[in-house]
Design a protein around this ligand. Structure first.
Ligand code: 5AD
Ligand code: FES
Length: 345
């Protein structure tokens, strides 16, 4: 049997098959992978693409991840944090523009402690009972995750970064632990969040084996969302001179993830759009079904500089939304005003 049919039918992939899919240069096989992934996405979600409004709360971060432009050791990074009113204003603009999911993302910034963050979440929850609230605020305690959930948050994005403990230790300083990251993801799931994990494609020291472990991890965790994008080498980080991740590998992995986990909510990420002018469109064509236009205030956009040359830093929320919609329509898909919840099997 053809490898791609095997992956789709078994919702599984072997290490050898992964290697074959990532190394082939046979155009027909790649096209078959793409169309199979798209067919699976269509069978669950149709040609609908969900939009999430992204609000970048803070560029302060206590962590020192070796790949990230916002790491605390980067003295060149410009730091800002939104005040509560700015956050509510972003939600109001987003709601007017048709967003029904707000993603509040930020570096691990102690200012957004439980008291402040719970107040923000519960105010947004009260104001927009029909919206989903997604948080992406890094590692916190079980008590904190629980309090935020009780305040009204529904979803949590925390990329696992790599399912190999050894690889994790090469991407992070000693004080960060892979075990804790894994524990956070399991805790979030236990509490009842819809959970998103994910990783960078082509991060330094990544191998076929670590990627295989990532895919196995996704099969075990069964997250509702998976965020992947290419690694982008970033100035003033220890990995500044490593090569960027490949767009083509990212597309193939998006398709594989769709095939092994058909119901997953899978964004075509900003990093993919950063390394290729039509990266997000290609992502959708390879099985992605979510896009996340930026709602952050324009004067801080460029300072949420996780990686270099990030797109969408000069556009107003309305422009970014219109641009996204145009791009999605141009390839024959439809954006929907909808919470876009995970569909169970
Ligand atoms: N290139 C691509 N993605 C990155 N991230 C952090 N730094 C980079 C980079 N240099 C991703 C990480 C993190 C998410 C917020 O952004 O996977 O979890
Ligand atoms: Fe943000 Fe195009 S999607 S400007």
């Amino acid at each position: 049997m053809n490898i791609i049919d095997y992956i789709a039918q078994n919702r599984d992939i072997t290490r050898e098959q992964l290697e074959a899919v990532l190394t082939t240069d046979d155009k027909e096989s790649i096209e078959y992978l793409r169309s199979s992934a798209r067919r699976v996405a269509d069978s669950v979600y149709g040609n609908k693409i969900f939009m999430r409004g992204l609000i970048e709360l803070s560029s302060y971060c206590r962590n020192d991840c070796l790949y990230c432009g916002l790491r605390r050791s980067n003295k060149e990074a410009v730091r800002y944090r939104l005040n509560e009113q700015q956050i509510y204003d972003c939600c109001a603009t987003g709601y007017r523009l048709g967003f029904r999911t707000f993603v509040m993302q930020g570096g691990e910034d102690g200012w957004f402690n439980d008291e402040r963050m719970c107040r923000i979440v519960s105010n947004v929850r009260k104001q927009y009972p029909d919206c989903a609230i997604t948080l992406s605020l890094g590692e916190r305690s079980r008590e904190s995750y629980q309090a935020l959930f009780d305040a009204g948050a529904n979803r949590y994005l925390l990329r696992h970064e790599t399912a190999s403990a050894e690889h994790y230790s090469k991407l992070h300083p000693d004080e960060m632990s892979w075990q804790n990251r894994m524990e956070c993801l399991h805790t979030l799931k236990e509490i009842g969040y819809q959970v998103g994990c994910g990783f960078m494609v082509g991060s330094p020291y990544q191998t076929i084996d670590t990627l295989y472990a990532d895919l196995q991890f996704i099969r075990e965790l069964q997250p509702q969302m998976v965020g992947i994008g290419p690694f982008v080498a970033t100035a003033n980080t220890p990995f500044a001179s490593f090569p960027n991740g490949k767009v083509s590998d990212t597309l193939r992995l998006l398709a594989i993830i769709r095939l092994i986990h058909p119901h997953v909510l899978l964004p075509a990420t900003t990093a993919l759009g950063t390394l290729h002018p039509r990266g997000r469109e290609l992502g959708i064509q390879f099985g992605a079904n979510v896009v996340m236009p930026n709602l952050s205030p324009l004067d801080h956009r460029k300072d949420y500089a996780i990686y270099d040359n990030k797109i969408c830093t000069g556009e107003e929320a309305a422009e970014c939304r219109a641009c996204t919609e145009h791009r999605i329509k141009s390839i024959g898909f439809e954006t929907v005003v909808d919470r876009g919840d995970y569909k169970k099997d």
